[in-house]
Design a protein around this ligand. Structure first.
Ligand code: PLP
Length: 393
């Protein structure tokens, strides 16, 4: 079954499963305890922290384990904005129009809590407008959140340039980046080096679901979103998900170790997928959304003018191809994507757009099968539309 929805989630890597099994089967201690069973768990969590820190270019003391990417984004946005306001430093929150809802809805919440929120626009490839960003910043800005790579079209943001603008125009602000999609394919240690806060999620790079991390660089101050027993330096209370944390560390280490081999292989598969579909359809029947050189290697985002993405996805699903329209996280709801709208894509093209994302286990045979099914699906739906248009007038 061709699975082309790796941006939604990707299978568990064998290394992650192997690392997790002892903590699912035998070792069950709570790392917060004081006895031998607890110590085994605590050691595993601290070793995982070192591994995750090394992969993300941070110190172990700068890693906060969370219950996933959404939670990491919430902690970054709400934690930094509220901490800055508590200290009288400001009330401004600035983000982009193409962020994941974990960021956008956190900003909306902050807006309802009295913060000034600005969403900066992007160009037709989804790249943030740096001039508009500069104009949105001031010395009362508390946090700026710009994702490293977009979950729908895969656009990679110029984070170093963003950081330079923030340092000049909003020196009190902390820069947060949502690196949830980027972590599988980019060297977050380098690409996000200028961000004080960096969110990642295990299930996007071959770890388990429901676990993630936020890098909180020394000096960045947050108030917690979840209160309780004071785990994770009081920033994320709740008993640690030991197996999940250990699995995330193993998956991230494997991802980093294999990237030099996997990224070009995946890029070639993505190009084979896009190229096969374009070659198999008449001129004008398909167009690429976003700028391939500036996007993640695994992302292929296509618009099929005149074809309803929803109908196409149903056909693909029936024929065994898993794909998605836009963000997987807006569960089931095929509303026109806020990302494509922000990129200026007309509504009809946005409604005709499909996201195909390959991943570490994707094979050439899978891609070829998907190409054939997609072409057949588009042709069938195009014929159906043509049959509905009255001839000769
Ligand atoms: N941020 C981005 C860019 C994402 O793509 C996702 C998931 O799709 C998230 C955040 C949320 O991560 P999680 O599923 O771990 O809550």
């Amino acid at each position: 079954m061709p699975y082309l929805d790796h941006a939604a989630t990707t299978p568990l890597r064998p290394e992650a499963l192997e690392a997790m099994l002892p903590f699912l089967q035998g070792s069950f201690g709570n790392p917060s305890g004081q006895h031998a069973a607890a110590r085994v768990a605590k050691t595993a969590v601290e070793e995982a922290r070192e591994e995750v820190a090394a992969a993300l270019g941070a110190k172990p003391s700068e890693i906060v384990f969370t219950g996933g990417g959404t939670e990491a984004d919430n902690l970054a946005l709400k934690g930094a904005a509220r901490s800055a306001r508590d200290r009288g430093l400001g009330d401004g929150v600035v983000t982009t129009a193409v962020e994941h809802h974990a960021v956008l809805h956190s900003c909306d919440r902050l807006g309802r809590d009295g913060f000034r929120v600005a969403r900066v626009g992007v160009d037709h490839d989804g790249v943030v407008d740096l001039e508009a960003l500069a104009a949105a910043l001031d010395d009362r800005t508390t946090i700026v959140s710009v994702m490293l790579a977009n979950n729908e079209v895969g656009t990679v943001q110029p984070l170093a340039a963003v950081a330079a603008v923030v340092a000049e125009r909003a020196p009190r602000a902390v820069l947060h980046t949502d690196a949830v999609q980027a972590a599988a394919w980019l060297d977050v240690a380098t690409e996000a080096a200028d961000a004080a806060l960096v969110a990642v999620s295990a299930h996007k790079f071959g770890g388990p679901k429901g676990v993630g991390a936020l890098v909180v660089r020394t000096g960045a101050r947050l108030v917690p979103v979840i209160d309780g027993g004071g785990q994770e330096r009081d920033l994320r209370s709740g008993t640690h998900n030991v197996a999940g944390i250990v699995g995330m560390a193993a998956a991230l280490t494997a991802t980093v170790a294999r990237r030099a081999e996997e990224a070009p292989r995946v890029a070639a598969l993505r190009d084979r997928l896009a190229g096969g579909i374009v070659a198999g359809l008449p001129d004008g029947a398909v167009r690429l959304n976003g700028d391939p050189p500036g996007k993640l290697v695994n992302n292929c985002h296509l618009a099929f003018p005149g074809v309803e993405a929803e109908a196409l996805l149903l056909l693909l699903d029936r024929d065994g191809v898993c794909a998605s329209a836009g963000s997987s996280c807006a569960s089931g709801a095929l509303e026109p994507s806020h990302v494509l709208s922000a990129m200026g894509l007309p509504l009809d093209l946005a409604r005709s757009s499909v996201r195909l994302t390959v991943g570490w286990p994707t094979t050439g045979a899978e891609v070829d099968e998907a190409v054939a099914v997609i072409i057949a699906g588009v042709e069938r739906l195009t014929r159906r539309v043509a049959a509905r248009i009255p001839q000769g007038g």
